[in-house]
Design a protein. Structure first.
Length: 610
């Protein structure tokens, strides 16, 4: 599978690459330029059985993805040849390196255990022999790559695989065992390690054939344990911790603390590399998030030598995955993810599928402080009258019944926050339309839109919304690279409106209306925390129950509100953060500080043990 240098730069985390290159200068780790240099040999035409076996063997050594998908027959892995869109190829590349100390955060049911706890340890335990070395040299690979092959594949490797409970660990063992016993491709390509009657082969310890000098090891090629099992007199080359935290740990602070303590003690089960006192054993922690205070949080705060690879089912996690584009659409398209979110709820979905747990102590806004409305029709007109006026119907709160409001009587504003690149990518464009009543003060969130799309789609959406709400001006950010959009929009308003509304009803009226639109630039401070300060400024407004939200079709806003400031996205909130500037009233810093303190105190009261 061919790939470009730029693709690899995107796939690999920059910090990991920098660290590894630095270590390679000390002669301890083999750098990425070597470990990434393998190219899969294609099978073309009819070849002999011996040649076919040799090709499968070479490709299996050189590529974890090939070994997983072809040799082990993992047919459900993505097969997209575009590696920037192939999640499972990217997952394999993240650990296809010399020296693994990684925490892998992948959503539920995205085959993380398949790749990291089943295929990866088997790949590292393959028997790379002197005969294999001769074959690699014959096809052009040099000393550095051969050194990498001997590091990557060791027939006598000893793995410890741990799960929250022993039964889950044994399930991993059953999957590994099945390849040795029933996978004909694997048994054919690597027949010299297939166990015989002399090999220990039990539910919790699998010993494939080893070289004579390793016959005395008591540990298996793969040993399987649950959290809490005794570690004395055990010595392993590598440890994989697969879903150490689960529902059991999250329901008990004691169990959670014991699990974190057990993780810390695992270092004592490592068989140190006596050729280098500075080199760590392979250690891989695999799972999805369960809470803001789980094992992964502990590692982030206390063991900063671990590298983190984090993916979100809905994208927005890295350069390769734009927000709103599922990373494994074959199994989880956008509709299925939305259904699962409704079933799990925002918190569990955020943990298990987005890998962004929310700390309740830090969430600054409460849904309880919002007020709600929905659109209806003025009942004074005829039921069949197509021109019946749309009205805002307030939901009753604590017995308070409010009169309907006509949106056309409100001061209406559109605020646009373009993403920084102007193209499809990690950030979304965001548009909000608000209506302001001054006495009593109410801000109605009339319309919300947020997507990662191209410039033309953004402008078309914006103009259609402007016409629908009969707006006369659009407020927008024009800092840095976002200035391009204002120039483009000015051009469209002058000469390009025909293309936007071509073939639509009221074509002439829409063009005439949009030609009158005025683009206004927002004042955008350049201080480091300007965005956070804008959003925090919504706190007093929300707590005074002045923000009214439509009960239908404003999911983008609700998701950001519930997860702020921990969530990945703040695009919609940022547009509203500019609100006080365009609505004509400002929020004092003192109000913001008091709002945060009130929220914190409230949370502490609600969560204090009885």
């Amino acid at each position: 599978m061919a790939y470009s240098v730029e693709d690899l730069k995107n796939i690999q985390d920059d910090k990991i690459a920098e660290d590894e290159y630095a270590k390679s200068k000390e002669g301890i780790y083999i750098p990425r330029r070597v470990t990434d240099s393998f190219r899969v040999i294609p099978i073309v035409g009819t070849v002999s059985r011996d040649t076919l076996r040799a090709i499968h063997r070479i490709n299996s050594f050189g590529s974890l993805f090939y070994f997983s998908a072809v040799t082990l027959g993992k047919h459900k892995l993505q097969r997209n040849p575009d590696i920037t869109k192939n999640l499972h190829y990217q997952m394999c590349k993240s650990v296809e390196k010399d020296g693994v100390q990684d925490v892998i955060e992948i959503p539920r049911d995205h085959f993380k255990s398949t790749i990291y706890s089943e295929c990866f340890p088997m790949w590292r335990a393959l028997p790379f022999t002197t005969q294999d070395e001769l074959v690699f040299r014959k096809i052009g690979y040099g000393d550095e790559f051969i050194q990498w092959m001997y590091r990557a594949h060791r027939q006598n490797y000893r793995w410890l695989l741990i799960s929250e409970i022993i039964s889950n660990a044994i399930k991993l063992g059953v999957k590994v065992s099945n390849h040795y016993v029933n996978n004909q491709m694997f048994r054919w390509v690597f027949k010299e390690i297939i166990p015989d009657a002399s090999c220990t082969w039990t539910a919790n310890s699998l010993h494939h054939k080893r070289t004579p000098d390793a016959s005395g090891h008591g540990e298996g090629t793969y040993d399987f344990m649950g959290v809490g099992a005794a570690l004395q007199s055990r010595h392993y080359d590598g440890i994989i911790q697969d879903d150490l935290i689960g529902k059991k740990a999250m329901n008990s602070e004691t169990v959670l603390a014991d699990t974190i303590e057990y993780h810390k003690l695992l270092v004592g089960a490592m068989d140190a590399d006596h050729t280098s006192g500075n080199r760590d054993n392979d250690e891989l922690i695999v799972g999805n998030r369960w809470a803001y205070n789980d094992l992964n949080s502990y590692i982030r705060q206390n063991e900063d030598y671990f590298n983190f690879t984090t993916h979100s089912a809905l994208g927005g996690c890295c350069k390769l995955h734009p927000y709103g584009t599922p990373i494994f659409p074959e199994a989880f398209d956008i509709r299925k993810l939305e259904r699962w979110k409704k079933r799990l709820g925002t918190y569990l979905f955020s943990c298990q599928f987005l890998n962004v747990p929310i700390n309740p102590a830090e969430v600054k806004f409460s849904k309880k402080d919002l007020r709600y409305f929905e659109f209806g029709y003025d009942q004074s007109g005829s039921v069949t009258d197509k021109k019946r006026r749309v009205t805002i119907k307030h939901h009753v709160h604590e017995g308070d019944v409010m009169l309907d409001v006509l949106p056309r009587t409100l001061r209406r504003f559109m605020i646009l926050d373009p993403n920084h690149s102007g193209n499809e990518g990690r950030c979304r464009h965001a548009i909000t339309v608000t209506g302001v009543m001054d006495d009593p003060r109410r801000i109605y969130l009339l319309d919300v839109w947020a997507k990662s799309v191209g410039t033309d789609s953004l402008i078309s959406t914006m103009l259609h919304m402007a016409y629908a709400w009969k707006l006369e001006e659009i407020w927008m950010e024009t800092i840095a690279a976002q200035k391009y959009l204002k120039y483009h929009l000015d051009y469209v308003l002058k000469v390009g409106l025909s293309a936007v509304f071509s073939g639509e009803e009221n074509y002439t009226e829409k063009i005439a209306w949009c030609k009158k639109l005025v683009i206004k630039e927002l004042k955008t401070p350049k201080t480091k925390n300007a965005k956070q300060m804008r959003i925090d400024g919504l706190g007093p407004i929300i707590e005074r129950n002045e923000l009214w939200v439509n009960t239908h079709g404003q999911q983008e806003f609700m998701e950001e509100l519930e997860s702020y400031p921990n969530g990945q996205l703040r695009d919609v909130l940022d547009t509203l953060g500019y609100g006080p500037q365009v609505w004509g009233f400002e929020v004092a810093d003192k109000d913001i500080e008091e709002s945060v303190l009130v929220r914190k105190a409230k949370w502490e009261r609600e969560t204090r043990p009885n």
